[in-house]
Design a protein around this ligand. Structure first.
Ligand code: FAD
Length: 501
């Protein structure tokens, strides 16, 4: 009997862990190498945890987990999530009073979910730990790879080693190495020496920093929602023209908040952190009623001020032996809440293409999941197809995420933008059979390729604007639109609305 394919995964973040699960379910001999200590052990979590603690997971990420071939995965993961049905926009009215303005994400009530990133990661690692054909190696840093001879090198540190101890170098072999080692991917760097890879990266002029909005103390008679100081079922946004503050709920009643701000304004606040509460009062009204001045200042001083990178490359593979997925292949700015979702979708699509090229054995012991046996030729054809299929979609969501950054800062205020958004929601709500959807719902509630989303949305925009101009000539149609405009809160909110996040 042929020995199973050896699949090595570099990086045990959410995308690498899901890739390991997909490979394991296909009977591969799987080894996962992760730079950092096991995040499930609280004593070994690095103090400067540098990833947003709470993320929004939506259909693409959920679908990739649904199709992982591990029946209880989705339920295990979704148990720890909080549905968010829309944004809650916070601001100050002309008379100085604070307002909260809800905007549903979807006219049909679909939601996205707040998820604790490390909780999701831990649940995936627990499943991998229970699989006999998976080995996890923490404290292992990829330092070199040869994709022709299928060998790679790692620096390994013992769990209890002191930082002064020299790491051991180990050499391993693989049939396929999947790089899921994040935006600053070592795997991508080594792959570039073998593939003629085009590569482009851009840092946007915005930094981010995390804050905590703590849960409210509750008594035994209080209901389960009393611990949340603001609505638990919304992603809260305090918009600014050049910056914003957001809050995402956690199960324990707290919120993980993120400040996005241009670097020069960060520098100003860094030189005088005590001015932070006044800055918040001016730009993010109401926040200082929820987070104490001391907590704002200490989070700002202690938490890292991190950059946002957007990167594109192509192809994603070399021959039959290496491929990159997730942030390693297409890190994007976070303004569409799609980075992890797109990375998980990479895994689903990569394995569906590998399965298509594999000789699936009859009576497949892996429950028909495929790719149990595969020649190097078949694998190289599959990886080439993956690069070709995924590139336009990855580039499209990258661009959408960047555009959304601009949109959230300024375009939302333009009449043309708001008119279009109103019309799209109008069509989606009133004429559902026409298949018109907002760009947001195509991105967040479907599995349609991102490039197709952009194409359809551009076409829809053109048709809508032309039709609207035509309709303006018809007094009857205009009356219908105005009446609907007046009576539908969801449509009204879309006019005032932001997209993304
Ligand atoms: P990572 O999460 O970066 O994991 C890579 C892993 O590889 C790490 O564990 C790292 O230690 C390991 N590694 C690195 N180098 C090596 C090496 N040399 N050897 C071995 N291992 C290595 N996405 C969403 O979908 N929804 C959101 O709401 C959202 N919000 C975000 C908000 C912010 C502020 C930011 C910054 C990002 C957000 N994202 C969001 C994006 C999301 O965090 C990333 O897309 C996602 O974490 C990518 O997962 P990954 O597994 O590809 O990479």
């Amino acid at each position: 009997m042929e020995s199973p394919q050896k699949t090595v995964i570099v990086g045990a973040g959410p995308v690498g862990s899901l890739a390991a699960l997909y490979a394991a379910r296909r009977g591969h001999q799987v080894e996962v190498y992760e730079l950092r200590p096991d995040l499930r052990n609280p004593s070994t979590i690095p103090l400067n945890f540098t990833k947003s603690i709470n993320l929004a997971v939506s259909e693409r990420g959920i679908n990739a987990m649904r199709l992982a071939g591990y029946p209880t995965l989705l339920q295990t993961v979704m148990d720890g999530t909080i549905p968010m049905r829309g944004r809650m926009i916070h601001g100050k009215g002309p008379m100085g009073s604070l307002y909260e303005h809800p905007q549903d994400y979807d006219a049909r009530g679909r939601v996205i979910y707040a998820i604790d990133r490390s909780d999701l990661n831990s649940r995936l690692l627990d499943i991998l730990d229970s699989m006999p054909n998976v080995k996890l190696f923490f404290n292992h840093k990829l330092t070199g790879a040869d994709f022709r001879t299928h060998r790679a090198w790692f620096e390994a540190r013992d769990r209890d080693a002191s930082p002064n101890d020299r790491p051991r170098e180990i050499e391993i072999t693989f049939d396929l190495m999947i790089g899921a080692d994040g935006a600053h991917s070592a795997m991508r760097y080594h792959l570039m020496k073998f593939s003629r890879m085009d590569y482009q990266q851009e840092y946007i002029d915005t930094l981010w920093c995390e804050f905590q909005l703590s849960a409210r103390e509750t008594g035994p008679k209080d209901g389960p929602w009393a611990k949340f100081r603001i609505s638990p079922n919304h992603l809260h946004i305090w918009p600014g023209k050049d910056f914003m503050f957001i809050a995402i709920p956690s199960e324990d009643g707290s919120f993980t908040c993120t400040l996005f701000l241009p670097s020069n304004q960060f520098a100003e606040l860094e030189s005088n952190p005590s001015s932070l509460p006044a800055f918040f009062d001016q730009h993010f009204p109401g926040v200082t009623d929820l987070i104490s001045n001391e907590s704002l200042i200490s989070s700002f001083k202690e938490n890292p001020h991190l950059p946002l990178i957007s990167l594109k490359c192509r192809p994603y593979h070399h021959g039959s032996s290496g491929v990159i997925v997730g942030d390693a292949a297409h890190a994007m700015v976070p303004f569409y809440g799609q980075g992890m979702n797109a990375g998980m979708e990479d895994v689903r699509i990569l394995f569906s293409i590998l399965d298509k090229h594999a000789e699936v054995c009859e009576n497949d012991p892996n429950g028909g999941l495929g790719s149990s046996t595969m020649s190097p030729l078949q694998r190289s054809q599959a990886l080439a197809e993956y690069s070709a299929v995924r590139e336009p979609d990855a580039h499209a969501i990258n661009a959408l995420a960047l555009q959304n950054y601009v949109e959230m800062r300024s375009s939302v205020l333009s009449k043309r933008y708001r008119l279009r958004k109103f019309l799209e929601e109008f069509m989606s709500v009133n004429f559902p059979n026409f298949g018109w959807h907002t760009k947001y719902s195509r991105v967040s509630f479907s599995n349609e390729g991102y490039a197709a989303v952009v194409r359809k949305s551009d076409h829809q925009g053109t048709v809508l604007m032309r039709s609207f101009v035509g309709l303006l000539a018809s007094p009857f149609a205009l009356t219908v639109i105005i009446l609907t405009y007046r009576h539908r809160r969801s449509i009204l909110s879309s006019i005032l609305g932001l997209s993304g996040f």
